[in-house]
Design a protein around this ligand. Structure first.
Ligand code: PEP
Length: 253
């Protein structure tokens, strides 16, 4: 049985005050029942991680970073390692978010190194994949997502991949207000699960969580969660509003 998982990606938003206020509001407004039945995480900007970790102690809400570098330590100016994230109390890390792929220019190979380093360092990667609008229009969704999954997880054993949560985020649905229909999302989630079964084994495919992301809001969360292969939601914009994020958590129960 896969436990639902809702993660909030704050991107480059909030400040030292609003980041803490936001998580305090999320923690205090999430019902006991939701806490028991849904895993919840927030991914603030690096500079606010420590404050957010401190504010969320004993709340049951986990903290993730939005990126990582794959080397352990050394002369890598501006970068942050898995051991640093672990040291300050992070549990999760986003790897291969579409903005890192398409705005910053990260390759499948780099994302693979980051995902492997996250697992090695004891973090739980949220490994993101998803096609561009041109790729969907050209009926290339399956090809693109298959390539991203195969290259992104290359060289990782089934045991290592069991630490991974996959997030399917069609790029055309991120921050645009356009959501994939529950059927469109389910189709790709089923494809990813089947692919993982072929790459690893049926047990891993059955147990791994696959989140949907792309303009998730309180009014579409429940319908997305009703799909057989959608195990949770990766939420951008709506995770910056405590009421909306809590409503999405409740919808995921
Ligand atoms: C995201 O940042 O991963 C995301 C899905 O953003 P939004 O919910 O704003 O589309």
């Amino acid at each position: 049985m896969r436990k639902p998982f809702v993660a909030g990606n704050w991107k480059m938003n909030t400040d030292s005050h609003t980041s803490v206020e936001l998580v305090k509001a999320i923690a205090s407004r999430t019902s006991e029942a939701a806490r028991r039945s849904v895993h919840v995480a927030v991914c603030p900007p690096f500079v606010y991680l420590q404050n957010v970790v401190n504010a969320l102690r004993k709340s049951g809400v986990a903290v993730g970073a939005q990126d990582i570098y794959y080397e352990k330590e050394g002369a890598f100016t501006g970068e942050i390692s898995s051991s640093m994230l672990k040291d300050i109390g992070c549990t999760y890390v986003l790897c291969g978010h579409s903005e890192r792929r398409h705005v910053i220019g990260e390759s499948d190979e780099l994302i693979n190194k980051k995902t492997a380093a996250a697992i090695l360092g004891g973090l739980l990667p949220i490994f993101c994949v998803g096609e561009l609008i041109e790729e969907r229009k050209a009926s290339k969704t399956e090809e693109v997502v298959t390539r991203q999954v195969k290259k992104g997880l290359a060289g990782l054993s089934a045991e290592k991949v069991s630490a991974v949560t996959v997030a399917y985020e069609p790029v055309w649905a991120i921050g645009t207000g356009l959501t994939a229909t529950p059927q469109q999302a389910q189709e790709v989630h089923a494809l990813i699960r089947k692919l993982l079964g072929q790459m690893y084994d049926a047990k891993l495919a059955e147990e791994i969580r696959i989140l949907y992301g792309g303009s998730v809001k309180p009014n579409n969360a429940a319908e997305l969660m009703h799909q057989q292969d959608i195990d949770g939601l990766l939420v951008g914009g709506a995770s910056l509003n405590a009421d909306d994020f809590v409503a999405i958590i409740q919808a995921a129960m």
